[in-house]
Design a protein around this ligand. Structure first.
Ligand code: PGA
Ligand code: ZN
Length: 437
């Protein structure tokens, strides 16, 4: 049984308050801290903020903390679930107490912190690792595990940095590595080479980083970013083994059906989805791109559908889908994309996130696990990625503690699997099909 639940207000990686919850059972003490996005979609579950302008510019989460300590927590203790087998019941209770479809009453941040703690406590009660617990919740039948390709966002733009670059993320994906540890090395070496290139080209003052640990040099056209990546990959000696992914996060610069690539400057640079499509096609032709996320806004269905028709790269829906099963079903009906970005705080419970992943897999879509730009050192999503068998994740650059915490945990998992003589492999080139193998 749960002996105590205690929530507190703590900080995320941007210095904004977030919810930390600690749940205690006879098996141990389990702590979770929730992340927070900057380029949030309209269809996400609601993160409860105090809106008290006298503290943290209104960003405090004391109401959410109160809701854990006085409403959700006590109800969960009273329900006396067997956490080793009843995660769904835990989450159903939390959803029920909130009573809204977007968790705006008690807060998705409050609810998620408990759902994560319950999973951790459940794994401990079952005597297994969190990734194995999540695999069991997924109904996994495979006896091996898949370590993901780490898509590392090494050049930051959009809402995550102060440069003029409209596109939010430029990621490197070491699909040609032999193991997860090897993949981390490939990326870290490339990141170091990228830093050298930026110093040479833009001077030492240009090596400042954005919210996700990637550099944010004074560049504005996506080609400039991709040229830098291709050169850095070559300098590191990994040409052919590291591919590239882009998340423009285009919702951040969409307004009334137009996309303004100059949205961070004084000069507007508006284009319709047709012109933006042509830009993507040029980039896909010229660079080793394997993944494109949110190329269009969350309601620009026609552009998504057109683009997906003959798109060879993985087309990932983030703001489009918001880890929401109704949105996922709609996107399937419209054939708008073929990959789900999985962010547990977009939906607010682990069970619902796992149901979203299962739905995506049932269409033979891929699943791409993601951090948020406002993170903490909580490494939950590392286990989530292995448990879901997602084949790839993004957790930012190999820089900043809250980003590397996830990569370090994944290296721990790889070591643990090896030490225990369990079967596992690195997803590599087959990252889109890891679930099916
Ligand atoms: P966010 O960005 O966490 O700021 O929403 C991440 C993403 O768009 O994938
Ligand atoms: Zn995104």
């Amino acid at each position: 049984p749960i002996t105590s639940i205690q929530a507190s207000q703590r900080l995320d990686s941007r210095g904004k308050p977030t919810v930390q919850t600690t749940l205690t059972t006879e098996h141990g003490i389990f702590t979770s801290i929730v992340p927070s996005g900057a380029s949030k979609g309209d269809y996400e579950a609601v993160e409860l903020r105090d809106n008290d302008k006298t503290a943290y510019q209104g960003n405090g989460v004391l109401h959410a903390v109160h809701n854990v300590n006085n409403v959700l927590g006590p109800a969960l203790v009273k329900a006396n679930f067997d956490l080793s087998t009843q995660l769904k019941a835990v989450d159903a209770l939390l959803i029920d107490l909130d009573k809204t479809s977007d968790k705006s009453n008690l807060g998705a941040n409050a609810i998620l912190s408990l759902s994560m703690c319950a999973a951790r406590a459940g794994a401990a009660a079952a005597g297994i690792s969190l990734y194995a617990f999540i695999a069991r919740e997924m109904g996994a039948t495979s006896t091996d595990f898949v370590l993901p390709v780490p898509f590392m966002n090494v050049l930051n733009g959009g809402d995550h940095s102060g440069n003029a670059m409209a596109f939010q993320e430029f990621m490197i994906a070491p699909v040609g590595a032999e193991s997860f540890a090897d993949a981390v090395r490939f990326n870290a070496e490339t990141y170091a080479c990228l830093k050298g290139l930026i110093v040479k080209k833009y001077g030492k003052a240009a090596i400042g980083i954005g919210d996700e640990g990637g550099f944010a040099p004074p560049i504005s056209h996506p080609s400039e970013a991709l040229d830098l990546l291709v050169q850095a990959i070559e300098d590191a000696g990994h040409t052919g083994k590291i591919k590239v992914g882009i998340d423009p996060a285009s919702q951040s610069f969409e307004k009334a059906g137009e996309y303004d690539l100059g949205f961070k400057t004084d000069t507007a640079q508006k284009m319709g989805s047709g012109e933006l499509t042509r830009l993507y096609r040029e980039l896909l032709d010229k660079y080793p791109i394997v993944l494109l996320e949110d190329p269009f806004g969350q309601d620009d269905w026609d552009a998504w559908m057109q683009f997906n028709k003959d798109c060879e790269v993985e087309l990932v829906g983030d703001d489009l889908l918001a880890t929401n099963i109704e949105r996922i079903k709609m996107a399937k009906r419209k054939a708008a994309c073929d990959s789900l970005l999985l962010k547990i705080n977009q939906i607010g419970t682990l069970s619902e996130a796992l149901a979203a992943a299962k739905e995506a897999f049932s269409y033979d879509w891929s699943v791409f696990v993601s951090h948020r730009s406002g993170e903490t050192t909580d490494d939950f999503i590392a286990d989530l990625t292995v448990g879901v068998r997602a084949g790839h994740l993004k957790s930012g650059a190999p820089c900043r503690g809250e980003r590397v915490a996830k990569y370090n945990r994944l290296m721990d998992i790889e070591d643990e699997l090896r030490a225990r003589g369990l079967r596992y492999r690195y997803a590599g080139e087959g990252f889109r099909r890891a679930h099916a193998s």
